[in-house]
Ligand binder design. Structure first.
Ligand code: DAH
Length: 351
């Protein structure tokens, strides 16, 4: 086909489209000219046979033809947007469909706020994988193999002799879904020299049955500060007190209660004073005036030994928050499952 013939073909096709009056006819012409086996796609396929020098001009002309035919068909109401209706059938005054832009998820907001608050204190964000080794998740955190959390009833194991049906031998390389973000402490210390100052947000997994306050998949934020100069429990308390005020409001204070964790000594549970009743007692704090939010303590010397750091030369503190817990008390969410349903009517009220 010469350029001249092509122009004639174009004029004829546009005249044909202009003359058609019904939707079926428009569709027929669409198939004839721009359908998958239509004459314009056939011309495009045949381009390779056009002499090289003529190809650019020819290509341009074919594309122009296609564009004009498509525009003419669209003006006749062809295409999915109007479902084959004619332009005059479309009521352009109807309100459009609203594409909701979405909102930040409360869990993302709590993590971002925590990173910002601790960032002001010199903490950076460290990351670790969801799939961990027995060594990082348990052994190096001074949690012995016979500890109940090592058990198949508490932890999602991915690979071990027991999982493979090859006996009960336990090795450091056994794989699991991490039950806590504390293994990121181990990774951080193995990969750095003191001082380290990190927070580690991430997903964690436990074989819990889901109810209003439990989920088999939840989020934690770990914190770790280790230095070659002495670090004390008072340092830990002041940092958490600062975090409490920044996160929950100026009136909120913290208290420590003695507790046990294998990887800290001494260990504490951390309560925030109730931000709703200001400590007087209400349903959120179960009338106690306090809300438990974290575990914490001074890093156990045995943990330092596992990562090859000399406990006589370094000291530090660690803490671990539940992200859902903070979100639930901050935004007054009574059921943890609401955080995973992604219902915009709920989420858009919060942050
Ligand atoms: N990993 C603990 C848990 O999941 C929380 C925790 C307690 C983290 C004390 C710490 C800590 O770093 O020092 O229950």
């Amino acid at each position: 086909m010469t350029l001249e013939e092509l122009e004639q073909g174009k004029a004829a096709s546009l005249a044909e489209i202009a003359a058609v009056t019904d939707a079926a006819g428009v569709e027929q012409l669409r198939v004839k000219y721009v359908g998958r086996n239509g004459s314009i796609p056939a011309l495009i396929k045949a381009m390779k046979d056009v002499p090289k020098e003529e190809r650019p001009a020819f290509g341009k002309a074919v594309q122009a033809w296609r564009a004009e035919v498509e525009a003419a068909l669209a003006a006749k109401g062809a295409g999915a947007a109007t479902g084959g209706a004619k332009a005059e059938d479309v009521d352009a005054t109807l309100p459009g469909r609203w594409a909701a832009p979405g909102v930040e998820h409360p869990l993302s907001r709590v993590i971002a706020d925590t990173a910002r608050i601790f960032g002001k204190l010199g903490f950076t964000v460290a990351d670790g994988p969801d799939i961990e080794t027995r060594f990082n998740n348990f052994t190096a955190l001074n949690t012995p193999d016979h500890h109940p959390t090592n058990d198949r009833t508490d932890t999602f194991w991915i690979d071990s002799a027991e999982i493979r049906g090859e006996g009960t031998a336990r090795t450091a390389e056994d794989l699991l879904l991490r039950t806590q973000t504390s293994p990121v402490q181990i990774r951080t210390m193995l990969a750095n020299k003191p001082p380290v100052r990190v927070i580690c947000p991430g997903r964690t997994y436990r074989r819990d049955t889901t109810d209003a306050t439990h989920s088999a998949n939840f989020h934690q934020i770990e914190g770790l500060y280790v230095d070659t100069k002495p670090v004390s429990l008072a340092d830990l308390k002041s940092v958490l007190a600062y975090f409490a005020k920044e996160m929950m409001g100026d009136s909120v204070t913290v208290r420590f209660r003695p507790h046990f964790f294998p990887f800290t000594e001494p260990s504490v549970e951390v309560d925030f004073s109730c931000h709703v009743c200001k400590g007087k007692g209400c349903s959120v704090c179960k009338q106690s005036g306090w809300i438990e939010v974290a575990g914490a303590g001074m890093v156990d010397p045995r943990v330092f030994k596992h990562v090859g750091w000399n406990p006589d030369e370094v000291s530090g503190y660690a803490f671990g928050f539940g992200v859902e817990r903070i979100a639930m008390i901050k935004y007054g969410i009574p059921d943890i499952r609401w955080l995973y349903e992604n219902d915009l009517r709920f989420l858009s009220q919060l942050v």
